[in-house]
Design a protein around this ligand. Structure first.
Ligand code: BUJ
Length: 651
């Protein structure tokens, strides 16, 4: 039953459900959970290492639709050799190592390493964004009012988390039993070493919260070869960027109490009215560089006397980017929130809250320290708090401008550093100019309709991507769907492989032979795709995929200085890991849009959400692909699927 929780969408819904707390608008806390925040952490189950036979079986099943018969025979052969030879030994070593490290998961270390040793720039290659819905009360959608409220809510979240008063993140399968005052009053007395079992008895699945401490006061620091994550909980200030200028002011006093909302309001008002010109060499641009290049330039910055300023940036609670631009449409919002212009960003901060001139807001986050579940919880809480208990109002006087409270950071730049900033900006502009983003809102059906036909909404969305890719390109391709494994201690993500022999057969029927199949035949194929995708999803959520296991085995092998087994040099292994379709989904009452760039030069980055009566997709691509055409194909595919469900044959 675990598996059912899996999608971020459902965790999001759980996260935002009304909670039991003593509401107190003047308090520094969002709420006071009866159950301590980390009550379940100690007893979370461990992420299982799948059996090697299962991994190979799943791997081959995922390879089947991507290979011709000859290629598949080769892949089968190397996989079976792996299973009975080197792979078996490495797997056993992995299991032993895991038994000796019960405090964590087998994937945690290798996954941090994967992110932190990647040398590509974080912007476009790793950082995603999720944008907020507008405040339902129009007058609060003002850049100053909204950013003041969101900053206060984020600080309240941080205070609640650090006080252990933040409600633990739990996926409730039967909320009427587990998401109740009675249950919480009972479970709080269970010893933390047993509490997970208590939740499990009522069909509730507590999620890992080990990433949460990195939400605040955290940054990724560039270093040669491998970056470092830094968290300095003592930092009391907020970093604010506007027109490429960088400012800081305290949001906590020296006792750790939140400063008054009026003060936050006044400081932001002061920054928004600061007439200082945009700097010719904005230092934030450097965070868009290749990581080794940036590491070298950071050393130069320190040598030029900027060490203290950099520490201030690194230890800030988080980064607020106040943008000058007005947003015209979804596409502009996506570009602005995913990458912006680099001058008004510090991409290395654990997260940045971006608020545009016309009060569109989003979170852009650095990915190495954590995953969507933690960031979405923060986003849900900020949205709920800032829209239902705002502390600053449209008419509120901002108070006097407050120069002593706000400090503009000043960097000393050598001519070489200036040249490097200009070069970084040019590189950035070249990359960004190649990125296209387009969005689709399919309005002729959604989750409700699909559930009536007993189809999994996510399976249908994924099938539509498979059909669309086939329609556009004439073949199947390696596809990645992100799935959280936060139900386990130090879990991160597992890959669902949505391209299967079932989707291949079904897509072929819909796209290439529509008139050859009856409605009943097509419906049967849809049902098979849905059942199979449901199984893959449940398995991935329970840590029973194949991607992380094979990844960890190779990691273990190379970290011992050995050459990886031949399975890893099979071209089919490289091909299935060249994820042309990289996808991620969520639905949340706080989120309107989200997205990320493709993970390979010839790929698509597909963010999507299946809502009650509509389906939204936000897709990015570089120049070798046509994102607009792809979305037209997705639209056609969804249209065909819903027609078949209505009972109309495809002609
Ligand atoms: O899989 C992983 O380990 C992490 C993944 C990596 N990748 C993005 C490459 C798949 N990270 C995530 O999945 C986090 C992604 C956060 C953004 C999610 C976007 C969801 C979009 C929803 C709304 C789209 C609606 C469009 C409406 C027009």
């Amino acid at each position: 039953k675990h598996g059912a929780f899996l999608h971020l969408s459902r965790t999001a819904a759980a996260g935002i459900r009304t909670r039991d707390f003593c509401s107190n608008t003047s308090s520094e806390y969002l709420h006071r959970s009866i159950v301590p925040t980390f009550h379940y952490q100690k007893s979370l189950p461990r992420l299982p290492i799948p059996k090697l036979e299962d991994t190979i079986r799943r791997y081959l099943a995922a390879q089947r639709p991507l290979l011709d018969d000859d290629q598949f025979r080769t892949t089968e052969k190397v996989s079976h050799e792996f299973l009975s030879g080197e792979g078996k030994l490495l797997h056993e070593e992995l299991v032993t190592q895991d038994k000796n490290n019960k405090h964590t998961s087998y994937i945690s270390g290798p996954w941090f390493d994967m992110y932190l040793s990647a040398r590509d720039p974080v912007v476009l290659n790793f950082n995603p964004f999720m944008s907020f819905k507008p405040d339902p009360r129009g007058e609060y959608n003002d850049q100053l009012v909204r950013s003041a409220n969101m900053v206060c809510s984020a600080v309240r979240f941080m205070k609640t988390l650090r006080a252990g008063l933040l409600e633990p993140e739990v996926f409730h399968l039967n909320p009427t039993r587990s998401d109740t005052h009675t249950f919480k009053r009972l479970i709080r007395w269970a010893p933390p070493s047993l509490s997970w079992y208590g939740a499990y008895m009522v069909n509730a699945y507590p999620l890992d919260m080990s990433q949460y401490f990195r939400l605040f006061n955290s940054t990724r620091v560039p270093q040669q070869g491998r970056d470092q994550l830094l968290t300095e909980e003592g930092g009391r200030h907020l970093l604010v960027l506007r027109r490429g200028n960088m400012y800081v002011f305290d949001v906590l006093d020296k006792h750790g109490n939140m400063v008054s909302p009026t003060e936050v309001h006044a400081h932001l008002h002061y920054i928004l009215s600061d007439p200082s010109p945009a700097p010719s060499f904005p230092v934030g641009v450097l965070t868009s560089e290749n990581r080794d290049v940036w590491a070298g330039l950071r050393e130069q910055l320190i040598a030029a006397g900027n060490g203290a300023e950099l520490s201030v940036v690194d230890s800030a609670l988080f980064c607020l980017c106040l943008d000058e631009e007005m947003m015209e449409d979804h596409v502009q919002v996506s570009h602005n929130m995913l990458h912006g212009d680099a001058a008004n960003r510090w991409y290395d901060k654990s997260f940045s809250l971006i608020v545009t001139k016309d009060a569109h807001a989003a979170i852009n986050f650095e990915h190495s320290w954590g995953d969507g579940v933690a960031v979405l919880r923060l986003q849900n809480e900020i949205y709920k708090d800032s829209t239902t208990q705002p502390l600053v109002h449209p008419g509120s006087p901002p108070g006097p401008g407050s120069p002593p409270g706000v400090r503009r950071l000043s960097f000393t730049l050598t001519p070489e550093l200036e040249r490097s900033i200009s070069r970084a900006k040019e590189n950035f502009n070249v990359c960004v100019s190649k990125l296209s983003i387009d969005a689709l809102e399919f309005k002729d059906g959604g989750k409700e309709e699909l559930k009536k036909h007993q189809l999994s909404p996510d399976a249908v969305a994924q099938l539509a991507f498979q059909m669309a890719f086939l329609r556009q390109n004439g073949h199947s391709t390696a596809t990645y769907e992100s799935c959280s494994t936060a139900a386990f201690r130090h879990g991160r993500t597992e890959t669902i492989r949505p391209a299967s022999i079932h989707t291949q057969r079904c897509a072929h029927a819909f796209v290439n032979q529509p008139s050859k199949h009856s409605v009943d035949q097509l419906r049967t194929m849809l049902a098979q795709c849905s059942t199979y995708h449901g199984r893959l999803t449940r398995e991935a959520a329970m840590g029973q995929g194949f991607d992380r296991h094979l990844f960890a085995i190779r990691y273990l092998c190379t970290s011992r200085g050995h050459a990886p087994p031949s399975l890893y040099s099979d071209p089919a292994y490289a091909a299935i890991n060249h994820n042309v379709l990289s996808t991620s989904t969520l639905t949340s009452p706080a989120v309107s849009l989200g997205g990320f760039a493709p993970v390979v030069p010839d790929g698509y980055g597909v963010g999507y959400g299946v809502h009650d009566h509509w389906i939204g997709c936000n897709v990015s691509s570089y120049q070798s692909r046509n994102v607009h055409e792809f979305l037209q194909c997705v639209n056609q595919s969804l249209h065909d699927i819903f027609r078949v469900l209505e009972g109309t044959p495809l002609s």
